[in-house]
Design a protein around this ligand. Structure first.
Ligand SMILES: [Zn+2]
Length: 68
């Protein structure tokens, strides 16, 4: 199990328990609700421009120091 981020609303999700997904640019995005998925599907570039779900953690916060 891994934590993923809903790119639309920023909610943290568990990829094993999130049935609502969308594929874009060979990447799977996870959503907390169909509403978020629909927003993403309407304008995927807007949301996909953000850091990949799961690779960069959570909300935009100044925590550059914990990177490896
Ligand atoms: Zn959401």
């Amino acid at each position: 199990m891994a934590s993923v981020i809903d790119p639309v609303c920023g909610m943290q999700l568990d990829d094993q328990q999130t049935a609502i997904t969308s594929q874009y640019m060979n990447r799977t995005y996870y959503f907390c609700s169909l509403g978020c998925k629909q927003q993403f599907d309407n304008d995927p570039q807007r949301y996909a421009a953000q850091p990949a779900p799961g690779s960069a953690d959570r909300e935009p916060q100044p925590r550059e120091d914990e990177r490896s």
